[in-house]
Design a protein around this ligand. Structure first.
Ligand code: FES
Length: 152
């Protein structure tokens, strides 16, 4: 159950700031670990914008999620340099290993797979991160090794 009073308190901190919506979403995600869907109406009301606009901001910035993340977070870079080095194929392989699509969390809540647009590690791409630890030049085989047991 999301503490809506707490959410309201966080939202109120940002409503008078320029660019407050983005900061507010960061604030909510910082406290709850995600932006709960139950808070979308409160955000829309607080900033006097539509729900669609709130969802637009959330979906534009890949850092935000609207459901709790898995216990492990796997992220794969989808930006240009990594793509040129095979991050699409790598992503397909990882989706297969984990049994989930990018942007999703496994049903048992073990793992979330997310896209990232550049880790700043382009020279040794493609890059994959597991719980904040970056792995460079990741092949499908290396990914399988790194992820062994993640979907168990
Ligand atoms: S493009 Fe992937 S780390 Fe920069």
């Amino acid at each position: 159950m999301v503490d809506l009073d707490k959410a309201q308190e966080i939202i109120a901190e940002y409503t008078s700031l320029p660019g407050g919506v983005l900061e507010c979403l960061h604030g909510l995600q910082g406290v709850f670990g995600y932006v709960p869907k139950e808070t979308i109406d409160l955000i829309a009301d607080g900033f006097n914008i539509s729900r669609a606009e709130v969802y637009g901001v959330i979906s534009y910035y890949h850092d935000f999620r609207t459901s709790p993340a898995g216990r492990k977070i796997v992220r794969i870079c989808q930006a240009e340099a990594c793509q040129a080095m095979g991050s699409r194929e790598l992503t397909e392989r990882v989706e297969e290993i984990l049994g989930i699509q990018t942007g999703k969390t496994s049903e048992n809540g073990d793992v979330t797979l997310e896209a990232v647009y550049c880790f700043g590690n382009c020279a040794i791409s493609p890059n994959l991160e597991i719980d904040g630890k970056l792995h460079a030049r990741v092949t499908g085989e290396k990914a399988a090794e790194l992820l062994k047991g993640e979907n168990a």
